[in-house]
Design a protein around this ligand. Structure first.
Ligand SMILES: NC(=O)c1ccc[n+]([C@@H]2O[C@H](COP(=O)([O-])OP(=O)(O)OC[C@H]3O[C@@H](n4cnc5c(N)ncnc54)[C@H](O)[C@@H]3O)[C@@H](O)[C@H]2O)c1
Length: 421
């Protein structure tokens, strides 16, 4: 019988590609995700006998969710710097504690191979040369710090019978069922398609490694299949090549079928500037990336031209998360009309219930919420106020287009109702 691989973050940009490749390779897949971007990203495999789907928050995953799985690939979390800045407590809960707890649960359930999706962002701003896996890390943001801490903790869990591997992915590009137009090559391609221009910020000399999403999925499968003695507790940079932004913009414009202007704009909030080496993955893992930037640009351009790719708010990760938070607020106000409860109270219950869970006093629900401490309620109130003032107005009307996104919101609404009941 074929092995089962649990994939957390399975509905995401990389996850949805990896799930497809695993199924095609004959694995069974347990897809675990909160599906913030909808489960339609796995739609083409709906009904596949090898695919099991479970909508779950990684913070609620326990050993039972990994039962029967031989391997696991963790691709969950708030997946870029700005998304991780929206609520630092949430970033810690999900990207750091949540991802470390996941590995513990997998080990308790008897999972033998565990592959962690890390990031080259942990290098931050490097020196002149290209950085190898043993170089000092310089994580510049909450996202990068959480990635570095979780990676280190999970590497340390490696032991006979539980092999852990960490992949530090370069910035990914290319077409995926969950499209991301917040990744540099993809953004440049969209801008070139829509406006015939690419804007390079921050001078254009910043270096960044990149890699095609299909290559990343191949690297995960290599890490799942390689000998335990070879890869146990190892970390690998996964990338194609390093580019300065200016050269990347030229690569993109060359691959476009129509003329594209490259323009410069001052300033860039993103201070990352580093180049990395990829030779260890080649020598030890037997992995080399093969799809060039032009492959990604051409496939994205074709899909855009054919109207086959979503390009609305849901493809801009941080804007989408902010939109979900805002919609949660709207749903909470709906609750006022139905129950007469003040929104602050309902909100306190919801957040305090999560806090009670974190403190190990119970699971989400009315009981846990009502038993939570006054301190918890105050913290919740503070968190709510932060949320209120953090809300931005980037939403567009097209965001409610897809049924599974609406059902995600409906589920959120049900949760709030259950908590207040
Ligand atoms: N895409 C890149 O360029 C890149 C580069 C380096 C590392 N990574 C890392 O690889 C992983 C996957 O990235 P991606 O580009 O596919 O991101 P993504 O945002 O498309 O996917 C993340 C998935 O995790 C899910 N998720 C988020 N919080 C969750 C929670 N609390 N419980 C359950 N599911 C949750 C989301 O619903 C989503 O499906 C992330 O850990 C990311 O940090 C990505």
């Amino acid at each position: 019988m074929s092995k089962t691989i649990a994939v957390t973050g399975a509905g995401g940009y990389i996850g949805s590609v990896l799930v497809g490749r695993l199924l095609d390779a004959g694995y069974r897949v347990r897809a675990l995700d909160r599906f913030y971007f909808g489960a339609s990203t796995l739609g083409r495999y709906a009904g596949h006998p090898g695919l099991e789907l479970k909508t779950i928050d990684i913070r609620d995953i326990g050993p039972r969710d990994f039962e029967g799985c031989w391997g696991a690939a963790d691709l969950s979390g708030l997946s870029n710097d700005p998304a991780a800045e929206v609520d630092l407590r949430l970033t810690w809960e999900i990207n750091e504690k949540g991802r470390i707890d996941l590995a513990h649960s997998a080990r308790s359930a008897g999972v033998e191979r565990y592959v962690f999706s890390g990031s080259c962002s942990v290098y931050g701003a490097g020196g002149d040369g290209a950085l190898g896996e043993d170089c000092d890390l310089n994580p510049l943001t909450a996202y990068a710090r959480a990635a570095a801490t979780a990676e280190e903790a999970i590497r340390a869990m490696n032991r006979p019978g539980f092999t852990t591997v960490a992949l530090r992915n370069a910035t990914v590009f290319g077409l995926s069922p969950r499209m991301r137009f917040d990744l540099v090559v993809n953004v440049m391609t969209l801008s070139a398609f829509e406006r015939g221009q690419i804007v390079v910020t921050g001078g254009g000399r910043q270096r960044r490694p990149v890699v095609h999403v299909q290559d990343v999925a191949r690297a995960f499968i290599r890490a799942l299949e390689a000998g335990a003695g070879t890869v146990g507790s190892e970390v690998f940079n996964i990338g194609l090549a390093n580019f300065q932004m200016i050269d990347l913009s030229k690569e993109v414009s060359r691959a476009m079928p129509t003329p594209v202007k490259v323009q410069f704009a001052p300033g860039d909030a993103d201070k990352r500037d580093y180049a990395v080496r990829f030779d260890k993955a080649k020598q030890v893992l037997g992995f080399s990336a093969c799809d060039g930037v032009s492959v990604g640009v051409v496939e994205i351009h074709r899909a855009l031209n054919a109207g086959q790719v979503e390009r609305g708010l849901v493809t801009k990760t941080v804007a989408w998360y902010r939109h979900l938070i805002k919609m949660q607020r709207v749903l909470d106000y709906g609750l006022v009309a139905r129950t007469g409860a003040a929104p602050a109270v309902a909100d306190s219950f919801a957040v305090a219930a999560r806090q009670a869970e974190l403190e190990g006093t119970g699971r989400t629900g009315a009981g846990a919420a009502r038993k939570s401490s006054v301190g918890g309620a105050l913290l919740s109130l503070a968190s709510m106020i932060g949320m209120l003032f953090g809300i931005e107005t980037e939403c567009s009307e097209d965001s409610f287009g897809l049924t599974d996104r609406a059902s995600n919101l409906a589920r959120a609404f049900e949760t709030v109702m259950a908590v207040a009941a």
